[in-house]
Design a protein around this ligand. Structure first.
Ligand code: E4P
Length: 223
C-alpha cells in the first residue's frame, strides 16, 4: 500500500519524507487554512520535498470554475494532482481534466456509486472518507470493501485512497481490504512505528550487548 501524508504542514511533510517511505501528499482547504500560508507558495514548497502526487483542491463548485482553478494549479509542478469534490460538476470536471491527461483525485466520497462515477470519469484517485463515516455511526471499512469489489469487477484502474484516517487500525484494515493508498495524518504515521514491546525489547538487547563490552565497528587495531 502506498503511503501519503494528509497535511499542509511543511515540517511534518519534511519529517515524513525523511523516513524514505512517503509516496505522496494530500491537502484540503481546511488543512491549508490551519497553516495560514499562501496556498500556491505552500504547494511549491511541498512539491520541492515530495516527488510523488501532491493533491491540491479547487474551491469552485461548478465545472468552468473548477477547470479555471485547476489551470492555475497545474503549472505549479508536474506532480500536482487536482482534487475535485464528488458532486455532479466535479464528475464533469474530472472527465474534462482526465481527457486532457491531468491526474484527478475525487474527494469527499461517502458511497460506492460516487466512486464508480469518478472511475468512469477517469479519476486517478478516489478518496473515501472512512473516519468521517465512522464518526456518524457508519462503517467506513465497508465502503472501502464495496469500492474495491466494484473496481475489480469492472477493471477500473482508479486508485482507492483511504482518507480521513484516524488511527493505525484504519490503515491495517484498509491494507487488508486492498486499498491502494492510505493518506494519513503525521500523528498516525508516528503511531505506526510505536510499540511498547519494541521499545522494551530494544532496551534489553542494548543492555545485554553492553555487558559483552564488544563493538560492532572494527577497532583501529583490527583494521
Ligand atoms: C483527504 O484527502 C482529506 O484531506 C482528509 O483525509 C480528511 O480527513 P478528516 O476527516 O480527518 O478531515
Amino acid at each position: 500500500m502506498e503511503l501519503y501524508i494528509d497535511t499542509a504542514n511543511i515540517d511534518e511533510i519534511r519529517q515524513a519524507a525523511a523516513l524514505g517511505v512517503l509516496d505522496g501528499v494530500t491537502t484540503n482547504p481546511s488543512l491549508v487554512a490551519k497553516e495560514g500560508v499562501d496556498f500556491r507558495t505552500r504547494l511549491e514548497e511541498i512539491c520541492a520535498v515530495v516527488a510523488g502526487p501532491v493533491s491540491a483542491e479547487v474551491v469552485s463548485t461548478e465545472h468552468d470554475g473548477m477547470i479555471a482553478e485547476a489551470d492555475e494549479l497545474i503549472p505549479i509542478a508536474e506532480n500536482i494532482v487536482i482534487k475535485l469534490p464528488c458532486i455532479e460538476e466535479g464528475v464533469k470536471a474530472c472527465k474534462t481534466l482526465s481527457d486532457r491527461g491531468v491526474r484527478v483525485n475525487m474527494t469527499l466520497c461517502f458511497q460506492p456509486l460516487q466512486a464508480m462515477m469518478a472511475a468512469k470519469a477517469g479519476a486517478f484517485l478516489i478518496s473515501p472518507f472512512i473516519g468521517r463515516i465512522d464518526d456518524v455511526g457508519g462503517d467506513g471499512m465497508e465502503l472501502i470493501q464495496q469500492i474495491r469489489q466494484i473496481y475489480d469487477n469492472y477493471g477500473f484502474d482508479t486508485k482507492i485512497l483511504a482518507a480521513s484516517i484516524r488511527h493505525p487500525q484504519h490503515m491495517v484494515q484498509s491494507a487488508l481490504l486492498g486499498a491502494d493508498v492510505a493518506t494519513v495524518p503525521f500523528k498516525v504515521i508516528q503511531q505506526v512505528l510505536k510499540h511498547p514491546l519494541t521499545d522494551t525489547g530494544l532496551e534489553k538487547f542494548l543492555a545485554d550487548w553492553k555487558k559483552t563490552g564488544a563493538s560492532i565497528r572494527k577497532t583501529p587495531a583490527m583494521a
